[in-house]
Ligand binder design. Structure first.
Ligand code: NCD
Length: 308
């Protein structure tokens, strides 16, 4: 497969061939890990994780991925307060300097476009680990991998995307990847305040994806193969009042989960707040913890691709 220099946007992926190879590599990583026979192909290499916004899964799974491949990590969590950003240093200067210490940089920042700007300056591969309400491409790769693992294929899938489609960067990256597969139907379930920006709907329709919009969860329950629930992105709201108005707009309960198709799956990038009741966790359809686990192997495959 053509080698990627950086991973900034899901728009970088033009066909499923790259994804197939990446997923085959992720599968091998998982098997080797479980058999405790992982080698150390990235020994001597360093990943820097520069996180200006909170994270549990993304940062730790990138770091675990690097360590399992024999590499090392330099980690800056809470970078806005704990790095020289607090002294007024620009991201550009930080990236220039960190490029000299690390072989790759995974960056999460609250400004949309920040990862792309970092990639223009960096002399090493940059991975966008979330740029504001923009994108989160490695999450989208592990999400597609999860759909494929759970349902056998992505082609023909009917997926309901539920919640904050305006600010949810995992959704913004997932949509272009879904559009690479034939015969996909997307049901957009959001209140008027949190609707998916029109540019994504246009992109989907241009690529032949069937798209429907509804403010209610009810009409999509019986037909979905995948229900992808998202957190209302509190940190993107201008006021607490505007957040409070929509925060619990959809709640996946045991009763709703039981009305999904028997082989449907429920996904969530996590963290969840109230949008999936804990009682759903023991339902066989609940795929979100498996999804998080898949992230480790997809990120191992991605690091191996970028640095191997
Ligand atoms: C997501 C994110 O940061 O965009 N989390 C993650 O990376 N697993 C989703 C979210 O925070 O709601």
């Amino acid at each position: 497969m053509a080698k990627l220099q950086h991973v900034i946007s899901a728009d970088q992926f033009h066909d499923t061939a790259f994804l197939d190879e990446l997923f085959a590599s992720a599968r091998q990583m998982e098997e080797a890990d479980k058999a405790r026979r992982l080698s150390s192909p990235l020994s001597g290499r360093i990943l820097a994780t520069l996180f200006y916004e909170p994270s549990t899964r993304t940062r730790l799974s990138f770091e675990a991925a690097m360590l399992k491949l024999g590499g090392s990590v330099l980690t800056v969590e809470n970078a806005q307060e704990s790095s020289s950003a607090a002294k007024g240093e620009s991201i550009a200067d930080t990236i220039r300097v960190v490029s000299g210490y690390a072989d790759a940089i995974a960056i999460r920042h609250f400004q949309e476009g920040s990862a792309r700007a970092a990639a223009e300056i960096a002399s090493v591969p940059v991975i966008n680990a979330g740029d504001g309400a923009g994108e989160h491409p490695s999450q989208a790769l592990m999400d597609i991998y999860t759909i494929q693992r759970e349902l056998g294929q992505v082609a023909g899938v009917r997926i309901a995307l539920v919640g904050d489609l305006l600010n949810g960067r995992t959704i913004h990256s997932l949509l272009p990847l879904l559009a690479l597969y034939p015969d996909v139907t997307v049901d957009l379930v959001a209140p008027p305040e949190l609707e998916l920006p029109q540019k994504y709907i246009t992109m989907l329709r241009d690529k032949g994806v069937k798209v429907q919009e509804t403010p209610d969860l009810e009409p999509v329950v019986a037909s979905a193969n995948v229900v992808y629930v998202t957190r209302v992105q509190k940190e993107r709201f201008a006021s607490v009042e505007s957040y409070d108005r929509v925060k619990d707009v959809y709640v996946m309960s045991h009763a709703i989960a039981e009305r999904l198709k028997g082989d449907a799956i429920i996904m969530h990038a996590l963290p969840r707040v109230n949008e999936i009741a804990p009682e759903v966790d023991t339902n066989a359809r609940a795929a979100y913890f498996r999804q998080a686990r898949n992230g480790l192997y997809v990120r191992m495959a991605l690091l191996q691709h970028l640095l191997g």
